[in-house]
Design a protein. Structure first.
Length: 452
């Protein structure tokens, strides 16, 4: 974190509330480690093990430090910028948000006007000039604030903030009640950048002392500090503040089945066709975008839930991947307002049920009487009884037919064979036996019958 307004009085330091929020839970269990450096020392600081750089009310940076930031984000890092009274519009617009730079605009918005809006020196006794209005509830850092589970943003007030002019490919994820952008983000190469229109201390808002500040900062920093890999999802532009049909949301690894996923190509590299191994082991391909200025490739074959892995290996042998989850809308237990149209929509969604078997009950008292409506029963016992009776009738007839066919054949007339008669006396030699056989009378034709 680059401290643009350090102070020897701890509570007056620019990073006091930010570090306190990120240190919640203790150093032993907190995965987020914050290292504070001054603006003039950032150029010599190492970013080897850093995933996120925070600029907190930084006045200016030298050109070499700006180039260092651009390379860091382009290669997959993230940048979070908080503005404040030290911010110089000329530096931010000409150095960080200049679209004519070789890598394009680093910031997702330009600073409009020569100074902040509101009263930067206003005290706590003066009413705020703006509050939090619309915000993207589907954003990972803001999910839960709409229902109040994470906190309430309605009590947050700003005495001053910078007017922002978002770039064409950025997304406004938080705005004032008047619709002016408060938090913008966009993809830059393989990384992402977020810009907050106010400060992160108590100078311009009461946000740091509101309960919602801790979950907001913790989730925003955790979201940006993830290994992004330059992936994003196409989502509705309803909360983006733009007129385009779709808006690119730097969604990290938060993808749903059916979403088209975009992969950013490093600014200094040519567009390429990336191969992806889908959960069923088949291969999919990221296709080049029609607009070459977006520096992105798109992948729409996300109908399968599971882990998708890039068909490549990094220099350390690691492989990038992202997960696609099922749509969670079917798990929403919010009560449905039952109308005739809802009944018709259920019938269309469940065609195998049929309208006669689908009953919508809007009164719990009638649930018992309606429980049996639509059920169809098939009496199988009667069918089985007739099958058994048929077998009992046919079995004797079948047995008699088989017996008569194979075991009750008629007897044929007996055949006769001639059996020679004679006598051989013992004690003679072989010649006497032969002469005896030769002198034997011919057998009579009426010999004893022998059955075959």
């Amino acid at each position: 974190a680059v401290n643009g307004a350090p102070s020897s009085i701890r509570r007056n330091d620019e990073l006091f509330f930010l570090q306190a929020a990120l240190a919640a839970g203790g150093a032993d269990t907190n995965p987020i480690k914050v290292t504070s450096v001054r603006a003039n020392a950032f150029q010599g600081a190492s970013l080897d093990d850093v995933r996120l750089v925070i600029l907190a009310n930084v006045e200016t940076l030298p050109e070499a430090a700006v180039g260092k930031l651009e390379r860091f984000v382009d290669r997959g890092g993230s940048l979070l910028v908080f503005l404040g009274d030290q911010a110089v519009p000329a530096f931010y617009n000409n150095q960080l948000a200049d679209p004519s730079r070789s890598r394009g605009s680093l910031l997702p918005a330009r600073l409009a006007g020569s100074g902040p809006k509101g009263n930067p020196s206003a005290g706590d006794d003066q009413p705020p000039v703006a509050g939090v209005g619309d915000f993207a509830e589907d954003h990972p850092a803001l999910s839960g604030f709409g229902s109040g589970e994470t906190g309430r943003l309605g009590a947050v007030g700003f005495s001053a903030y910078w007017a922002l002019d978002p770039t064409p490919n950025s997304r406004v994820v938080m705005a004032t009640g008047g619709g002016e952008p408060l938090l913008c983000e966009h993809l830059y190469g393989q990384g992402r950048v977020a810009l907050f229109a106010s400060s992160c201390d108590r100078d311009w808002s009461n946000f740091p002392v509101r309960p919602a500040f801790l979950p907001f900062v913790y989730r925003l920093v955790g979201y940006l500090a993830q290994s992004a890999g330059g992936q994003s999802a196409e989502t509705s532009a309803e909360n983006s503040g733009k007129d385009t049909a779709t808006a690119v949301a730097a969604a990290g690894n938060f993808f749903r089945t059916g979403q088209a996923i975009r992969q950013a190509v490093p600014v200094g590299s040519p567009s390429q066709r990336l191969r992806v191994v889908k959960p069923d082991r088949t291969i999919g391909v990221f296709e080049s975008m029609a607009d070459p200025t977006l520096r992105q490739v798109a992948f729409s074959e996300t109908d399968q839930p599971g882990v998708y892995r890039f068909d490549e290996s990094g220099t350390d042998g690691s492989s990038r991947s992202f997960a696609v989850n099922l749509e969670a809308g079917e798990s929403d237990l919010t009560a449905i307002e039952l109308t005739d149209d809802v009944s018709a929509s259920f019938g269309d969604a469940l065609p195998w049920v049929g309208p006669k078997r689908l009953v919508v009950v809007d009164d719990a008292a009638t649930l018992g009487s309606q429980a049996g409506v639509g059920r169809s029963r098939s009496e199988l016992w009667e069918i089985l009884m007739w099958v058994v009776l048929l077998i009992a009738v046919l079995e004797p007839a079948l047995a008699n037919w088989i017996t008569s066919r194979h075991y009750l054949k008629p007897r044929t007339d007996p055949k006769t064979i001639a059996v020679p008669t004679g006598r051989i006396e013992l004690g003679g030699d072989i010649d006497s036996v032969n002469s005896s056989q030769e002198s034997a009378p011919e057998p009579d034709e009426s010999s004893v019958p022998v059955s075959q």
